[in-house]
Design a protein around this ligand. Sequence first.
Ligand code: H79
Length: 586
Amino acid sequence: MKDLLATLASVVCVAGLSAGLSLHAQSEPKPTPVSAEQRIQWFRRDKFGMFIHWGPYSLLAGEWKGHRIPVGTEAEWIMERYNIPVAEYREMARHLNPVKFNADEWVSLAKAAGMKYLVITAKHHDGFAMYHSQVTQYNIVDWTPFKRDPLKELSEACRKQGLRFCVYYSHREDWADPDGYGNTWDYDRTKKNLDRYLERKSKPQLRELLTNYGPLGLVWFDRGIDTQQQAEDFIKIVRTLQPRCLINGRVANYAQELMGDYQDMGDNGMPPGGLDEAWETPQTLNTTWGYSKFDQEWKTPGVVIHRLVEIVGKGGNYLLNVGPLADGAMPEPAVATLQKVGAWMQENGESIYGTSVSPLPEYPWGRTTVKGSKIYLHVFSWPADAVLRVSGLKNEVKAAYPLLHPSQKLPVSRDNGVVLVSVPARSPDENDTVVVMEIAGQPIVDPPLVVQDTDSPFYLDYLTAVTAGKAVQRFNGEADYYISKWSGPDDSITWHLLVSQVGNYRLRIRYAARNEWRQAKYLVTVGPQSLTGVVTPTGENFQYQAFELGTIKFSKAGQYLVRIQPAASYDHNLMYFRSLELYPVH
Ligand code: H79
C-alpha cells in the first residue's frame, strides 16, 4: 500500500496529466474526453452496489426434469449443467411472465440498503436478452407474454431515485447461438467462429444497451475474451458511445494485464490485503446468483455488514447479488436482510461512503475505514475489558467518540505507542458499533514488519510491500497478485524486515516479463548493500520465473529496509513482480 505522501503526490500528478489531456483534446470533436481519474471517481466513493441475476433460468429455479442444482452451485448455469437442448430451453423461456415486477420497488430496496448502483443481467450465458433487442427476437419483449422492457423501467426508476443504472453483459459466452462460446451439446465445436458471433450479436447488443437506456454507470462484462484485440474492440464501443461509462476488468483476457477501468476479484473473492487501485468483488447473498428454490443459505445482516466493512477498508466495492423469482418478486429473506443492512447504513454510512483504503492492520475487535483525518473503528466483537487497542498509528489522537453520539467523548491514552480507547461496557450495536477517532493529519502508520521464524527464509511480496510512485498492487483475475506499472527510480517497493538470524542469504526474485522489457535494470537494496538485476523475459503475460540475484549478509540482528526500484526511467513496466525471497545459507 502507498505511504500517504506518495499517494498525495501521485494524485496531484495524475490530475495534472488529465488536465493536460483534456486541453489537448479540446479542438477535437467527439467523444468528450474524460480522464480515467474522472471516470472512476463515483465508483471509488459509492462502494456498495446491487447485482441482479434474472432470466429464464429463474423460472426453472434450480430444477430441470427432476434434476436439482445442488446448494452451493450456480442455478443460472442450469442449461449448461444438464445440457438442456436449446430448442427446449427456448420453449421454456416463452413462459417468462414476471407480472409482479415493479422497477420502483427493486430500486427502492437497493436504495434502502444503502446501495448506490444497480447492475442487472441484460444477457447472461444462456443468450436470452432481458431487454427489447432488435438483434434477435429471443428477448423478453418479443419472446414472452410479458411484452414490457424491464431494463427500460429499471433505468428510469434508477434515474428517478438517484441510483446509477448499469448492465451485465456476457460478451463471449452464449448457449443459444451456434457461434457463441459454451454450447457444445447442440452445436459442433469445430464449426464455431467466435468473431462471427461477436459481430452478429454481441457487439450490436452492446451498442443497443449503450444507446437506448440513458447514461450507464458501467458495463459489467464476464468470463473474459480470447484476444486482446477483441477486448479493445469492446472497450472502444463503450468509450465511443458513453465516454463516462466504466468497464470492468473482465472485458479482457484474464491471462493478460488489466484492461478496462477497475479490477474485479473472482466471484465471491476477497483480497488478503488492501489494494491501491479501484477494485470490486461480486458476491452472492445465498450461494447462487440466479434464483434457486433450494438455496436457503442466506448470509445474515451481520455477515453482510462485516464483509462490506472489510471490503471498503481494503479499498474496494461490494457488488452484492440478489436473484429475483421469475414472477418478479424478490426473495423474502433477501429483502429482510437488505433492509437490516440499510438500517445500519442509514446511521453509519458516513464510515463507508467516500472512504479510502485503510493503512491500519486488522484487529481482534474488528476493522477500520479511513476518510481524511478520521479513522472509523468498526467494532465487530466488543472488547471484554472495554478497551479498544489500536496499534501501529503514529498520529496524535485529538478525540474519540461513538459515531452516533459525537458529544460522548471517549478517554484516549497511549501505552507503548498503542492507542487505547476506553469504551462503554456494552456494545450498542450487535453487528458493528462505529467509533470515530479524529487524528492530527492523515494517518501515518508503522509499515508492516516482516518477521522471521528461526532458520526460515523471508518471503516478500505485494501484501507487506509499501509502494511508492507509480508502483501499484494488482490482481489479474487468476488469484494472482503482483506489482505493476513501475517504470522509473521513484517507483519503488519497500519492506521492513526483522532479522533474527545473522549470516549470508541468497536472494531470489520471482517475476514475469514481456519480451520487450528485456535488459531493463533494477536495483535491490538490502540495508547498506545493493545488487543490480537485469530483466530476463519470461514470455508473454504472466509466466513467472525465479532468478538468482546473488548473496547478501546480515551481520547483526535487527531491522532492515529492503527496496526494489527500476535503475533508470523506462517507457514500459519494469516487470510483473511476484516476490523477493531471502534464503539463509549454511
Ligand atoms: O454471473 C455469475 C456466474 O454465473 C458467472 N459470474 C458470476 C458473476 C460465472 N461465469 N463463469 N463462472 C461464473 C465460473 C464458472 C464456473 C464453472 Fe461450473 C465451473 C462452470 C462449470 C464448472 C459452476 C459449476 C457452474 C456450473 C457448474
